[in-house]
Ligand binder design. Sequence first.
Ligand code: ADP
Ligand code: MG
Length: 806
Amino acid sequence: MMWRQSGHRHRLTRMSTRKKVHAFVRVRPTDDFAHDMIRFGSDNKTIDIHLKKDTRRGVVNNQQTDWSFKLDGVLHDASQELVYETVAKAVVAQALDGYNGTIMCYGQTGAGKTYTMTGTTENYRHRGILPRALQQVFRMIEERPTHAITVRVSYLEIYNESLFDLLSTLPCAGPAAAPVAIAENPQGVFIKGLSVHLTSQEEDAFSLLFEGETNRIIASHTMNKNSSRSHCIFTIYVEAHSRTLSDEKYITSKINLVDLAGSERLGKSGSEGRVLKEATYINKSLSFLEQAIIALGDQRRDHIPFRQCKLTHALKDSLGGNCNLVLVANVYGEAAQLDETLSSLRFASRMKLVTTEPAVNEKYDAERMVKNLETELALLKQELAIHDSLANRAHVSYDPMDEVQVAEIHSQVRRYLDGTLEEIDVINLRQIQEVFNQFRVVLTQQEQEVESSLRRKYTLIDKNDFAAISAVQKAGLMDADGHLVGETDGQGFGLGVASYSSKPGKKPKSRRMWKEQFSASAATARKEGGSSPLSGKDVEVSTSKTQLTPLSKDADVKDMVLRDRETSNIDTLPSDSPKEELRPPRPITPPSKAVAFEDFKNERGSEINRIFKENKSILNERRKRASETTQRINAIKREMDETREALDAQKALREKQGEYEKKGLIIIDEEEFLLILKLKDLKKQYRAEYQDLRDLRAEIQYCQHLVDQCRHRLLTEFEIWYNESFFIPEDMQAALTLGSSVRPGMVPVSRIVSLGEDDQDKFSQLQQDVLPEGPESISFYNAKVKREQKHSYLKSTMGLPRAQRR
Ligand code: ADP
Ligand code: MG
C-alpha cells in the first residue's frame, strides 16, 4: 500500500502488516535483588511482581498483591551487547531501508537509562545503544556500495520545556545564540536552530556524541540543572541515494535515541522550588508522551495531541504510526523501589498494546528526474526517426511548431475549405492538433465576417434583448412571431429566421379546391363588406405546388381575377399606383380580396412579392435539380446491379473452369478486371451523386422555409394594407397614426368598425374638444383612444364566440 505524504516528491510506502510497539524491561543489577518479590518467566518475556503483606501498606492502595507483565523481552543480567542485539539492531537496520525508528529508555532516576542508551564513555565494552547504532550504520553503509548514503547527527536536550542544542559548542554549529524551537513544514517537523552535523565516518560520529555528553554534564553544573531531569534526543539522519543515476527515488530516515527524564513521582517528603518545577514538567511530558502514543495506535483517532509538550512535538514524526518504536523500561531490582518498578512496568505494558504501521520514506530527486526524462525523450525521438525511415517517410520534425509552420497549416485549411486543396496530409499528432486548431480559427473568422456583413446590411437584434424587441415591435417592424418586417432604414427587407412551423411536405391541394376557396372568400368579402381575412387555411392553400409558379401565369387565377373585376365596381381603381398619396378616393364598395391582392403586389407589397417570387424560383430550380440527381442515382444503381451480375457470372465461370493461382494470387482475365474497375468507378459516382442529393435536400428544406416565411409576410402585409385602404375610416387612421405605436391596419377591421355609435360620438367629440388645445394634448388623446380601442376590442372578442355559436 502506498500513499503520498507531501506533494509528489515525498511518499511513504507502507508495510503490509501492522506492528506492535516493542517493549522491553531491563533490570539494573544489584546485590540486593528482591528474589521473593520479582520473578522472571522461563520465556524471558514475563516478569511477575509479588508484594509481601508487610510492605503493602503505604505502597499501594488497593488489595492487589500480585502482578504479571508480559513484554517483548526481559533483560536481566544482560550485557550491553545483548541489550543492543535485542532492542536496537533491527530498528537501525530498517532505518537504512527508509523506516524511521525510535528507541526510548523510560524509568526512575538511577535505574540505568543513560547506561543503556549511552553507556559509559570510559569503557568501550560498556558502550550503550548510541555508539553501537552509529557503528552499525557505518558498517551497513560499507556493505552497500550501490548507494550513496549520508549520515547526519543532532543532539537535543529538553529541560523544563526548553530546548537546548547539545552540539552548539562545535564551530560548525553556527551562531550559538540561535534560539532552538520546534517548527513544521510540509515535509514534517524539524527543530529550528538545532545544529545537524554531517559525519562521514564512525570516529567523527563518536566525537559528536562525546561532545554532547560533555555538554550535558557541564550544563548540569553551570545551569544548575540535574541531568537526569531532562529528556535527551540523539538523532541519526540517514539519506540513501542509489548510485545508479537513472534511479530518481531516494530514501530518508531518522533514528531517534531518547534518554527520558526520570519517571519517579514526587517523594512523599513534599518537594518544593526547582525540584517541584522539574517534576511537574516531567510528569506532564511523560503522560503526554503516553497519550500521544496511545492515540497513534488508535486507528479511529484522527487528532493526535503532539503539540501539548515539547517532547511529543519534537518526536512527532518519529512516534507516529509509520515508524518502528521500541521502549526499554529500566527498573531497579530492589524491594525498596518496587512501587516505581511497578509504575514503569505498567507504562511498558500499556505501550506494548499500541500498534504501528512502519512505512518507507521515499522521495524523488527532481533534478535526476528531469535528467532521466530528457534522456528518455531523446531516445524516443531517435526511435521515431528510425520508424520514419523504415516506413519510407521523409524526415518528420516532432518539435513544437513555429509561426511559419502554423501559418502554412492555416493556409492549408483555408485552401481545403475553398476546395482548392484536395486533402490535408497527416504528418504527426502535433500537426493534426494544429489542423483542428486552425479549423477553429477559420470558423471563428468566418462567423465574424458573416456577422459584420449582416450588420452592414441589416439591423440585428439580440433575441434575448427584450427591450430592443419590444421597441422594434412598437415601431411596427416586427410581427408577433418575432419576424422582422423590414429594415429600419427602409432600403429593403430583412426576412428574419425562417419559421419551422410551416409544413413543406404537405400534400398540395387541387387547383379546383383552391379556386373554390378563393372565390368563396371573394364572395364573402363582397357580402360582408370585406370582413373576411385570409385565414390560416388560406395560407396553407398557397403552399401548393401550383402556387410556386408565378401567380400571373396561372390561367385559372387570371380568369378568376377578371371575373372579380367584372362583378365588383372597382374598374376605376388604377392597379399600377405605387404611392399611397396618389391613390384615388376610396370606392364605396371595397374590391374583392383577390383583386386587391393583385394590386397590393404591384404596389406596397411589390418588394416582398419580388423576394417571394425569387425565393420560389430558387426553390423550384433546386427541386428540379434534386429530381434530376435522383434519376441519375437510380440509373447508376441499375448499372451497378448489372455490373455486379456480370461480375458474378464471370466469377462463376472462372470457378467452373478451375482457378489459376500463382503465389497465392488469383489470376483473372481482362474482362473481369474491367468489370471490377467499372464497378469501382460506379460506386464512386454513386457516392458523389448521393452526397449532392443530400446537400440539395438540405438546401430545399431551407428554401422552403424562406418561401413560407415570405408568403406569410406577404399575406400579413396585405391584410394590413387592405384594412387601411378600404375599411378604417380615413379620419380614424389619421388619429391612430398620430404618434401612435399602433399601425391602423393591424387592428382587425371587425373591431374598429364595431365601435358603437356612442363610441364614435365620443371619438369625434374628443377630436373636437381636445385637439384644438394644441400639440401637447396629443399624448393624452392617444392614450384615451387606445383605452377606448382596447375596451371595444375586448368587448368584441368576448362577443365573438357567441357570434360563432349562432
Ligand atoms: P539513569 O540514567 O536511569 O538515571 P544511570 O544510567 O545513570 O541511570 O545509572 C545509574 C548508575 O547505575 C550509573 O552509575 C550506571 O553506571 C549504573 N548502572 C545502571 N545500569 C547498569 C547496568 N545494567 N550494569 C552496570 N551498571 C549499571
Ligand atoms: Mg540518566
